[in-house]
Design a binder for this molecule. Structure first.
Ligand code: KIV
Length: 267
């Protein structure tokens, strides 16, 4: 299984790192079979699996449940489990307890948390101090949508650009081994990736980051909404109902089951 040292070396060797989300046994299996470097059990599961409007209602129990399932499908892939909204904000004790749960019970290899403010740096330091690898996440961090006033690209203004760059450097100093950059101008993605020695993984951060991450459902065309940074490699939102409709029609028309699907068919 790849590990934190592998990812460090991949950056040094200019080898792109690929991260894809997975949330259950089949998606974990598909992603592992696709030779993806890292699985992220993202809190995006709130939207793409649980049908919430945003990620804010996802609980630690949700992530734990889905991390266990993804691990059963992907026994040989490095898994990062997302820490949901308000599960690393109340106290360092709460933060360490939740991070540990995702590792010991969930089977994850690392945890991810959003933001770069002072309190987040403390959270990163506390988790790293427990020997748990941390992935940080900056830019358009979805857990901050209410504070941002919606899903807006971050770092366009010079002051924001510099603030995110400073936070990225502080995150590296705090001990995170990887940084996800979401919804920022390509110039900022490039600058941060060149400045840090830890790998950066982009989603809507341009082509100069050390790797890219996409949501499983977005790759397969299964999500309801397609942001600019997404490329659909399939159209399962159409194909799945079309296949099920075919089954419905065959049953209605008495065309299913046929002999090959029947035990001891009547001749
Ligand atoms: O929750 C998630 O899937 C994420 C990625 C979009 C980076 O945080």
């Amino acid at each position: 299984m790849k590990n934190v040292k592998t990812f460090e070396k991949m950056k040094k060797d200019n080898q792109k790192i690929v991260m894809v989300t997975a949330y259950d046994y089949p998606s974990g299996k598909h992603v592992q079979e696709s030779n993806v470097d890292i699985i992220l059990v993202g809190d995006s599961l709130g939207m793409v699996v649980l049908g919430y409007e945003d990620t804010l209602k996802v609980t630690i129990e949700d992530i734990l449940h889905h991390t266990k399932a993804a691990r059963r499908g992907a026994d040989d892939t490095f898994i990062v489990a997302d820490m949901p909204f308000m599960t690393y904000n109340l106290s360092l004790e709460q933060t360490k307890k939740n991070a540990a749960l995702l590792i010991t019970e969930g089977g994850a290899n690392a945890v991810k948390l959003e933001g770069g403010k002072q309190s987040r740096l403390e959270a990163i330091r506390a988790i790293v101090d427990c020997e748990i690898p941390v992935v940080a996440h900056l830019g358009l961090t979805p857990q901050s949508i209410n504070a941002f006033g919606g899903y807006r690209v971050q770092g366009k203004k010079e002051v924001e650009f510099n603030e995110i760059l400073i936070q990225a450097k502080e995150i590296e100093k705090a001990g995170a081994f990887m940084l996800v950059l979401e919804g920022i101008p390509e110039k900022l993605g490039k600058k941060i990736s060149e400045t840090l020695s830890i790998p950066t993984i982009g989603i809507g951060a341009g082509k100069f980051t050390d790797g890219q991450v996409l949501v499983y459902h977005d790759i397969l065309g299964m999500a309801d909404f397609k942001p600019k940074f997404v490329k659909n490699y399939a159209q399962l939102n159409k194909d799945i109902p079309n296949n099920i409709k075919e089954f419905v029609k065959e049953v209605k028309d008495s065309k299913f089951p046929t002999e090959e699907n029947i035990y001891n068919p009547i001749k």
